[in-house]
Design a protein. Sequence first.
Length: 111
Amino acid sequence: MRLKISSMAQPILINRCREILKQFAQDEQRSGSMKLPQSRNNEVIFILRELATLSDSQHKQKATTKEGQAPQESFLVDLMPVLSELIVSQSDEIRQHLKAIFLHISAQLRK
């Protein structure tokens, strides 16, 4: 039951994260040299951390429950277009978290 609920909730959460990240990238681009409020940066940093954590737990769960089967692509791959828009972020911390996510994605794709 718990697995079914999480499988139904995950696409909704991922879509919401996509919307927040996309809006942040657009707002930051529009703001030019003016930085966005720190609370907006913190929101994006929180989302990036949680996406990485969710991906790790999803990957571990698939490894234990479907051993012997080829792993499915991560939802992070689906988020690549919006994540790549954040590469030019003014925030060093956001760029560091993006780097970690991109390394995570490449590690998953190599397996």
